[in-house]
Design a protein around this ligand. Structure first.
Ligand code: PAF
Length: 282
């Protein structure tokens, strides 16, 4: 597997590759990331991942410096999963001196994570637009766990005509339901036990939906009843339209229930998609 550190190295690698699948990551890889790499290997001729902890998507009081960095182990995992290449740029390769251009996504970035983390999606859209311009993949794969990120990137790639398909892939979970996240590493054993309430609340609402309940207020309430407690402090529970992320107040044929919570020093997010498959969103 090729380890590429500069834009010119990626461009030279890209010139000899055919159909390229790309998995952008911030490293600290887990089975969720690796499932995206497996999709890229299956569906394209060459799978390339990136490992870059993007400073512009972290707020001033967030965990940029504490974010787990495990480059050697990540590279080994990518190699085992048949990655063809990995791009591991230094910060100055993505944000060279004088860099000042930012990508501001549309209204889809305003609620939920956009409201809780001002500037976050500008950082995400900017770095992903840069990475797509460098790698020029045919398909880029993102996890459903960061559902709003997926929708922000699908609209950004469409609006800027970036030429890559942005494909969402199902969330990978622990056997007890907790969504895999690099930030789960921050949890103490007790917080880890409490954190299962998040998926429990979402799954209970999904069960109501499967039994025919469509009232967003009832679904929201079900999650609130079950998803908190112990060290889990819920920040928001949202029942929204999966395409626009506009909050629902009347029954609809499709919905995404999203939540965010503080569990100790970790801030965790999760969601369930109802009435449609993540693969149907483009
Ligand atoms: O989901 C992530 O890990 C990051 O937000 C991404 C998409 C790699 C951009 O830095």
């Amino acid at each position: 597997m090729k380890v590429l550190r500069s834009v010119s190295e990626v461009r030279a690698w890209r010139a000899s590759a055919r159909r390229v699948g790309f998995v952008p990551t911030m490293g600290a890889l887990h089975a969720g990331h690796l499932s995206l790499v497996e999709r890229a290997v299956r569906e394209t001729d060459a799978a390339i991942a990136s490992i870059f902890v993007n400073p512009t998507q972290f707020g001033p009081s967030e965990d940029y410096t504490a974010y787990p960095r495990r480059e050697a182990e990540d590279i080994r995992l990518l190699e085992q999963h048949a990655g063809a290449a990995v791009f591991v740029p230094p910060v100055a390769e993505i944000y060279p001196p004088g860099d000042a251009t930012r990508v501001t996504p549309g209204p889809i970035a305003a609620p939920l994570e956009g409201a809780a983390r001002p500037g976050h999606f500008v950082g995400v859209a900017t770095v992903v637009a840069k990475l797509l311009a460098i790698v020029r993949p045919d398909i880029a794969f993102f996890g459903q766990k960061d559902f709003q990120q997926l929708r922000v990137l699908q609209t950004t790639a469409r609006d800027l005509r970036l030429g890559s398909e942005i494909v969402g892939c199902p969330t990978v979970r622990e056997p007890d339901g907790l969504a895999l996240s690099s930030r789960n590493a921050y949890l103490t054993p007790e917080q880890r036990r409490d954190a299962v309430a998040l998926s429990r609340g979402l799954f209970a609402a999904r069960e109501l939906w499967e039994r025919g309940e469509r009232d967003p207020r009832v679904l929201r309430e079900r999650v609130r009843e079950l998803a908190g407690g112990g060290s889990v402090a819920l920040e928001y529970v949202s029942v929204a339209d999966p395409v626009t992320l506009a909050e629902l107040d009347t029954p609809a044929a499709t919905a995404v229930i999203s939540l965010a919570a503080r569990v100790g020093r970790a801030r965790l997010i999760d969601n369930v998609l109802l009435g449609m498959d993540v693969a149907d969103l483009r």
